[in-house]
Ligand binder design. Sequence first.
Ligand code: NAD
Length: 470
Amino acid sequence: MLSNPYQDILNAQKKFFVNNRKNDTLYQRKQKLKTLKKWIKTNADYIVTELRKDFNKCEEEVLISEIRPVITEIRDAIHNLNFWAEPTKKATPLALLGTSAKTIFEAKGNTLIIAPWNFPFNLAIGPLVSALAAGCTVVIKPSENTPYCEKVIQRLVKEVFIPEEVHCILGGVTETTQLLQLKWDHIFFTGSPTVGKIVMKAAAEHLTSVTLELGGENPVVIDKKCNLKDTAQKLIWGKFMNSGQSCISPNVLFVHKEILKDLKKALSKEYNKIFKSGQKEKSNPEFAHIVNANHFERVKNLIDTTTEQGGKIFLGGETEGSCNYIAPTFIESVSVKSAIYNEEIFGPVLPIITYTSITDVIDKINAKDKPLALYVFTTSKYFYNKIIKETSAGTTVINDTTIQFTHPNLPFGGVNNSGIGKAHGEYGYREFSNERAILIQRRGLTMPKFIYPPYTSLKKKLIRFLTWRM
Ligand code: NAD
């Protein structure tokens, strides 16, 4: 059998971890995070320039969605690490009188981070922050679909860390498959549910723990009682940021039949304001393109089949293959049987389905896999509480979309098909940590000694007392 080309890298990281943990302190981890933050700040313009080359992502979106969230993660970790890492004392039960107990967080060890292409910097470096805060070593495998960002991450890793601590490996399926064969202490994967299953199967070979940040078909429910202008503005921003190539991007709009006409009016008005009416959108420097020709064809086919099946485009619809451009598009009269309703769109297209009964919408949501994000626009507390109570989702936002990702104190992640485990802040720190139970027993006479065999009649009575008093 051929040896694994990455085994030596992992061996070096294993050795480093074992030696390093003897002297590892929270202060040292924070110093590393500060160095990382400094590099990102110093190289912000370089990051912006390179990400533009990958899929026409504009400077403002790179700052808002790639750099700022990572800087926030680092700041949060530096400020709160002592608090997160604090041991927790546990109360002592009667049967263990005389002992003391606590839990401590220890680094899981040698970890692997596999990143996707849609927020290629943020989703590789964000988890790295959590791993460093927890005291782990890391191998990062960025996405091969954003080759300029891959190089940015490779350079960052080389300039900030020693390879025994953090190593970057470039490549696609072949390289990731080889990495997955190794025995990691934790794998943090962000990507599609299909590849998530491959990662989980590989991890199961070694019983390695996983965090899976997966995709979702995120529904938006619009109540007839809502502020239409506000709803339209927030939907357009949340849906078309990064050209809809976001795991928490709205995937379908459920709109109450009575307000469809008015919502369409509000959407048209805001659409023309936000995308500057009259400007040729494909040359709009503020609008990202589709990442590559394969994804362009996939999203274009979704639009074509939806319209062939009776869907009507009422905003957008233009496409340009030479630069992988798809205009921000809304399609109405969409059937629940259509492909666009039954897969993650991951592009700037939003289908609309009307409803008359909220129970019907809840049934539709529950008939599919649990989404990563569920959005509700309403002025009624009863309406959104009913939806929260009768559905399940990784994250839920009332009267907005996508902003939950930026909240440092909320866990970010899915449920089942949309993900396993949580990211960000303290939740990310815990994913890379083992919560270890420590029990300290006194010497000499201890409570358990009273029930050691042989079982005299007094001991039998005591055991019965201890059993039945519970
Ligand atoms: P992907 O699953 O195709 O790829 C993710 C990573 O896995 C890449 O690094 C890739 O090289 C690797 N990979 C691909 N195929 C592989 C295989 N057969 N074996 C081993 N490794 C393989 O995902 P993508 O296209 O890069 O990203 C889009 C998906 O990611 C969407 O489903 C989106 O919803 C999801 N996503 C989720 C989150 C989240 O936080 N939950 C964030 C961003 C993206």
